[in-house]
Design a protein. Sequence first.
Length: 238
Amino acid sequence: MTNLSDDRALVLFSAGQDSTTCLAWALERFSVVETIGYDYGQRHVIELAQRPAIREALARRFPQWSTRLQMDHTLGLSALSAISETALTRQMELTFDEDRIPNTFVPGRNIIFLTLAAAVAYRRGIKHIVAGMCETDYSGYPDCRDDTIKAMQVALNLGMDRRFVLHTPLMFIDKAGTWEMAEALGGSALVEIVRTETHSCYLGVRETLHEWGHGCGTCPACELRSAGWTRYRSRQKA
């Protein structure tokens, strides 16, 4: 039987603001931290190129984390793109359905991500799985809700006969709070890594560096990130 180590964590790491903040959160808490990312034919495939750059920046700027940050795993999931008719996997206009869920929602994506992460964690003897889902300040994706994550933990533990722990440090904070968490974890140095190195824009635009980071400035991800930055800066000045 595979024993799960209580001092090891696997972070779902897309190179976005949320997952990078969660990676820093895990590096503060666990002796060994591995990362996992997915190539599922996303339009913003640029995020995959940013993953090693961010890992390198974290290790260089925070020596206390460098020995903890270990193996990276990248899995191909082309089937997810093949079965998805969404603006995140197709060249189509960004719209909302009647329930105000954007057509960037990829059905089953986070459920698949967590299942595969647990399979890797099982093999690697990792107990803790960390992900950046949030239901406070988000795009309305149902697989980001706390109830979904709790249900996934039960299903994974039953299905693999292990006791994984799914952590979602951002679940109940807004995007301003995510910036604040980055500052609390790593000061202005981590905020600057998040601002300049991470990628959240759904359209994959990276040519323009705004005050809040790279992006088109108009897609739902950019709007959330920009609004969160504005609130974060306002709270700093208050």
